[in-house]
Structures are given as C-alpha cells and as structure tokens.
Ligand binder design. Structure first.
Ligand code: FES
Length: 321
C-alpha cells in the first residue's frame, strides 16, 4: 500500500444540512480510537461503495486540527458531476461504515508568515475553517475575505463573522458586493502570505493579480483539485504485466487501473500533487492532459501522463505501472 492511501475505517457520526446545497459529515473511528493529527488545509479521500462502483473523492478537512475525536468535511452537491457528491448527499447517513484516507496536506499554512491573507469562494471555505482554527490557537494574524453567492448559500459565513468580527469579511454576490482585490493585495504588510481556494476563475484571478502586483510566488498558495472528465473510452496496456484494461467513458484512467487490481499511488486524485505521475512506454494517438503538474514541454513530449485526470484518444497506449 502506498503512502497517502493508508485507510481509516470510520463510522458516520453525524450528517447535517448546512444549506440547500451543502451537507456536513462527521466521522469517528470505528475502533473507538483517536483520529490522526493533521494541519489546516489537509484533505482526506473518502471511499464510497456505490453498487459496483467504488468512488474515491478528495475533500478538505474542516474540523479543528486539535480535535482528535472526529474528522469533518462539508460537501457541495453537484447535480451534473460524476456522482460522488450526490452519493454522499442522498445515501450516506449516521451509523454508516466508510473508509477515509489518512489526511494529506497540499495546502498548508506557511508558519513563517507574519500574516495569513485568505481568499475563499463558495465551498472553497472548507480548508480555511481548519486553518483559521489552527492560526487562532497559535495567536497568529489572519484575515479572511469570503465571497458567497447569497447569505442563504454562504456556508459558515455567519458563524465565522460572529466568531472573528474583525478578521472576516463576507461579500454577497447577489448584493453586488465584490472583493477589491488589487487594493487588498497592495495594502498588505511585508511578510504576508496569500492563500486562495474557490472556483477555477477566482483562483486564476487571484494568482494573476498577485503576480501582476509583484507578489513573490513563494508567498502565494492555492488549492485546486480538478474533477476527472468523461470522454471517449480507450484501452491501455500495462507494460509490467502485459494486461490490457478498458477505460470507460465515465471512468478516469486511474480508476480503471485500480479496478483492474493495480495498486497505483495517489494523493489528490485531482491533477495537483504529482503522486500518480506515470511513464508512457509507447502510444499511437493523442493525450488529453488536464493536470496542473506536468510542464508544457512534458505534455508535448508525451512520455508521462497523470492518470487521475488525463485521458487518451487513439489506437494504442502502453504505460509503465
Ligand atoms: S493523484 Fe495527485 S496528480 Fe494525480
């Protein structure tokens, strides 16, 4: 078993409807023990048995990292997605047995920062809930700017505003409120680190504005896990065993090889961590690279693929796994 895929057997302790789109799930260890430690920004991969399909979806941990009694995630329902969030919303209830991966952090706070400036959009608030609990416990300085569609859909906005009235700023889209990003980034003290998590467009906007204003790359942190996209079915051959595997329209390459019994490494399952990087032995066709990991040159070169999110179209693909 590979690092990052170690599992914890858990029981669903509580399911809470946060608003029309979001539910919160609290998990305790089935053996009654303590949960592993983690730091703010970490995620877990939730394993879901949905009939014949095993779904493995990453979700940010939102609970206080100091609380080892349970782990909590919040999940936004995606009615047009591949089914993971719908499964959690429709079928998972208190008392169910599930499995979680050990927490992995790809979006940690830089504790050398003199101030943490956090920008969240929608369900992108979840890693910040754990980070804020961590920073507050350390008496660190933080400021959160949180953009929500409306008050009714602003998960945890009220609680955060009441708990940290001087640190938290909420922007309601339906009231025309928007973050003055340039002004905000231009007015920060030296030693501030910037963190962003939210919709793709928001992340791109924040990163571009920070670059334009001369923020050093090392002081800017973002988290964007991509969701595997459906596409044309294709076949892949595993060079080490000679096994040929069919990748279905709705499956990722990673899911297909796992389904065929290959113990493939992963951490994020969203094209961001690099853990699943796989050598291509030969191919006749074209890749649909969707990850944030490989460089443009590597993508053109065609000798590597990130099977968690990238696909292939063509006559033959042989990978080394
Ligand atoms: S598992 Fe993280 S990039 Fe594929």
């Amino acid at each position: 078993m590979t690092a990052g895929t170690r599992k914890i057997d858990v029981t669903v302790a509580e399911v809470v409807e946060v608003n029309d789109l979001v539910k919160r799930f609290r998990f305790i260890r089935s053996d009654g023990g303590e949960m592993p430690t983690f730091s703010g920004g970490a995620h877990t991969v939730v394993e879901m048995r949905d009939g014949d399909t095993t779904r493995l979806n990453p979700y940010s941990l939102m609970s206080d990292p100091r609380d080892r009694s349970s782990l909590m995630i919040s999940v936004r329902r995606d009615d047009v997605g591949r089914g993971g969030s719908l499964f959690l919303h429709r079928h998972v209830k208190a008392g169910d047995k599930m499995r979680l991966s050990y927490p992995v952090n790809l979006f940690s706070l830089d504790l050398r920062a003199r101030k943490h400036l956090m920008i969240a959009g929608g369900i992108g608030i979840t890693p910040f809930l754990a980070q804020i609990a961590q920073v507050s416990a350390m008496h660190g300085q933080f400021e959160l700017h949180y953009s929500v569609r409306s008050a009714a859909l602003g998960s945890y906005a009220d609680t955060l505003g009441q708990q940290y009235p001087y640190n938290v700023h909420i922007y309601h889209g339906d009231q025309g409120q928007a973050i003055n990003l340039e002004g905000l980034l231009a007015g920060q003290p030296l030693g501030t680190h910037l963190y962003v998590c939210g919709p793709k467009g928001m992340i791109a906007w924040v990163l571009k504005t920070a670059t334009t204003l001369g923020w050093p790359g090392a002081a800017v942190h973002s988290e964007e896990f991509l969701v595997p996209q459906s596409g044309q079915p294709f076949t892949v051959t595993i060079a080490r065993t000679g096994k040929t595997i069919h990748v279905g329209e709705q499956q990722s390459l990673l899911e297909a090889i796992e389904g065929a019994g290959v113990d493939a490494p992963y951490l994020c399952r969203g094209g961001a961590c690099g853990q699943c990087e796989t050598e291509v032995v030969s191919y006749d066709g074209q890749f649909i690279h969707r990850d944030h990991w490989l460089t443009d040159d590597q993508k053109v070169c065609g000798n590597k693929i990130m099977p968690c999110v990238s696909r292939f179209e063509g006559r033959s693909l042989v990978i080394d796994r």
